[in-house]
Ligand binder design. Sequence first.
Ligand code: ZN
Length: 281
Amino acid sequence: MAHQQLANRLNNSGYKNWLKAGQCLLVLAGGIAPYIEHEIRSFHEYVLNQNTQLQRRCHSGCSSKGKLSFLCPLCSEWSKVILRYHRQPNVSTVNWDNCSPALWSQDHWELAKAYMPKGAYKKSALHQCDASALLNLLNFCNWFSVDPQLVREVICCRNELMHSSEMCMDEGWMKRYHGALLRLLRHLHHQVVPLDEAVQQIEEVDSVSQSDTMALSVSQLEAELLGERLRELLQDTETQDAECLLRLREFLQANTDLRERFSEELQQEQFRPQEAAAMSS
Ligand SMILES: [Zn+2]
């Protein structure tokens, strides 16, 4: 029954493309992860060796939840280093709220999180970071010797994908997206990254079939992507798109397998935009 519903959804080629495009993001994240881990460790070590003062531990329990001006001299120095290695070092692009400054001297991921999008506070290891987090890190941190334009092309596609209210991508968009992905992977390939496998997987993603053996993994992929989209929509309360929320809610409600899987989320107050709008009017 659940497989039948999934098969019905996959009959919509736009929705199938949406899933395939999401699969590519997972392949990309897996492909660049070892490179990113290696580089961030090297970056952290380099910073510590350049300025041994930064090796000291913060004993003030600094938090970035307040203003940066409340940081102790040590953490304040760290924040200056972060800005020095930032490609767009202004207030709006640095998400200090992601960081626990008191850990900057000990944990290379606390350093990495300063270059990630909002909401990375709880991510304390590489495997918890999605493609968006890794791509933004590549884009904003100039320790990475990459062409940021190639990274931004993929980020742009990723945002179009995850913010598409219809969750349908046409063939023209898919072509542009594949081009952007492959350009980035081939570019990174020159940074001595073993990305052959990722490039091959992305080229093969088009062969995602509807066979029974694939159904389970497609279903897991679908749940992962819908979950990511949902988290993103619910998280950004300032720019919350009521229309998108409503459409996603209707989509989940209309498919019993998805309605069951996301039953908890569907109960959340923020995820009932109609009622919220009615209450506020
Ligand atoms: Zn401190």
